[in-house]
Design a binder for this molecule. Structure first.
Ligand code: IPD
Ligand code: CA
Ligand code: CA
Length: 257
């Protein structure tokens, strides 16, 4: 199956899913439930969005597999074949509380290699896309490559509270940076680094669907993506995540971890 066909359909489905999510906000028909704890939210819209993709993928690509947050895909521990890694709504707390600052995230992997990636910030009207080896784009505009040599003293860093607890040295990183920013949606935090609006993002506990697309897009513009200790980040495994422009990544690893 050529990637062009997959790309064409993925874009159609993202647009339709985005419209449905937008309408659900307009009509205020959102039912909120909790999962692991009282702040781990899921809504009928998260579930309906993943269900929509699951049905479309099964109809058009019966041999492809879906790795999605809400359980409409399969139990997946390896990326053999073609795997669609989907977070139907990343930033569900923002979706419920702010009605903005959330995104659909979709990464498409073939034999373990990230080929296509999409992060759709519906309310901002920002559609991020990357194709392996062909660069990254926002609304079809190329995203420039990141400066290789930025220093922490000039950097804005994004460090979530779980990472501050797990890695107390990140408090020193914040003290020595230009400032701290938090967005509350891992995919948009990855895109902040990819577009140079921030320079580093460290998070303690991300799942495959949080990083599947962001890793592909960020790497296309030259960001370095690893675990917090600098080890390679395997997309199928849950864990901490550290994405930054090259100079800032090297400086934080060398001086703080
Ligand atoms: C969450 C968000 C959040 C991150 C959490 C994720 P969800 O995703 O990306 O920023 O800190 O680890 O689970 O639950 O809103 O899809
Ligand atoms: Ca998520
Ligand atoms: Ca989600």
């Amino acid at each position: 199956m050529p990637l062009e066909k997959i790309d064409q359909l993925a874009r159609e489905w993202l647009e339709e899913a985005g419209n449905r999510i937008f309408m659900s906000l307009e009509q205020s028909n959102i039912e909120v439930d909790t999962k692991a704890d009282r702040n781990d939210l899921v809504t009928n819209v998260d579930k309906a969005t993943e269900r929509y993709f699951a049905d479309k993928i099964a109809e058009h690509f019966p041999n492809h597999r879906l790795l999605g947050e809400e359980g409409y895909g399969e139990e997946i521990t390896s990326l053999e074949g073609v795997v669609w890694v989907l977070d139907p709504i990343d930033g569900t707390v923002n979706f419920v509380e702010q009605k903005r600052n959330f995104a659909i995230s979709l990464g498409i992997y073939k034999e373990g290699i990230g080929e296509l990636a999409y992060i759709y910030d519906i309310i901002a009207g920002e559609f991020y896309f990357a194709k392996r080896g062909e660069g990254a784009f926002v609304n079809d505009e190329p995203i420039p490559a990141l400066a290789p040599d930025k220093k922490l003293e000039n950097a804005l860093v994004i460090i979530n509270t779980a990472a501050m607890r797990k890695f107390p040295q990140t408090l020193e990183v914040i003290r020595n940076a230009r400032g701290l920013r938090l967005y509350g949606a891992a995919t948009l935090e990855y895109m902040a680094v990819a577009t140079g609006r921030a320079d580093a993002y460290i998070s303690a506990n991300l799942s495959p669907w949080d990083i599947g697309a962001g890793k592909i897009i960020a790497e296309e513009v030259g960001a370095i993506v690893t675990r917090a200790n600098g080890n390679p980040m395997v997309v199928t495994e849950k864990g901490d995540s550290f994405v930054a422009s090259p100079g800032v990544h090297a400086e934080i690893l060398r001086d703080y971890f």
